[in-house]
Design a binder for this molecule. Sequence first.
Ligand code: P6P
Length: 339
Amino acid sequence: MANAYQTLGEFIIDNQEDFKYSTGELSRLLSSIRLATKVVNQQVNKNGLVEDILGDVGEDNVQGEAQKKLDVFANDTFIKALTQREVVCGIASEENEFFIPVESKANSHLSKYVVLIDPLDGSSNADVNVTVGTIFSIYRRVTPDGTPVTIEDFLQPGNKQVAAGYVVYGLSTMLVYTTGNGVNGFTLDPSLGIFYLSHPNMTFPKDGNIYSINEGNYVHFPQGVKDYLKYCQKSEGDRPYTSRYIGSLVSDFHRNMLKGGIYIYPSGTNHKYGKLRLLYECNPMAYICEQAGGKATDGYQRIMDIDPCELHQRVPFFCGSENMVNKVEEMMAEYPDDK
Ligand code: P6P
């Protein structure tokens, strides 16, 4: 159910019954994400004005990537906001090597959910004033309520997600999420600090003419991907397509969902399993993509059916308009040895 100018808070409450076994905890969880988003947005929007928040902290994260201060700030902000609500029993973040158990409080039986998060996706763009994002994925724990959370609570396939969403800190700040009943987008009015429903029932066009891939890695791509790029660039019918690549998954995905398109980060001789992480990038974006009528695979199988084996596992990622994903998969199937 959606009406114009509905706030995110009202929407969460009005649609709570969609969530089969929530007695309000998921709503409280989503509200804590909403709060953290506003805090991070405030810092992101001070780009260049707040010297001490830009640049590197001089350390690398578990991915071996130089941690930006904004990365650390965003990570700390989301972790703090989530741990203050008694509905989260554990958090896994791109910025932390191990998952973070959330100490159970008096009502530890309430702590039913685990959250996996990429707190500032595309953060290398932050210093050059290009859009960045946040991605989150929420699961119901699988170990007994009230006991310490374990790694198996996090290593669940994407088809078990109960909610997923992203924030795009762009010209405007938007929060887009799903709890399994479609996808809805909310735009922040910074003067009021309120998210309003601006994009109800978002849907991925079945076709598109935008492809998003880092073509600088062309020499490393599997042959099927190379063939697909040549197909996109051929002057025939509605082609050549347009190449758009921002270097921020959230931004490329968001544009492609609005206009139609495909995002590809394939495996390659330089990235054996691709670069993107299954648990807190590909699964949440795949959930949103499918809920909006798109398709998300690793080139061969549905992303959300992959059984994870480790927290920071990487997978090749093909995501977007269904007919475009089908086309590149068709071309990759010509080279079974590349699988
Ligand atoms: P490359 C950002 O680090 C990210 O995870 C995605 O947001 C983005 O699409 C991709 O990596 C960019 O990677 O290798 O093209 O710079």
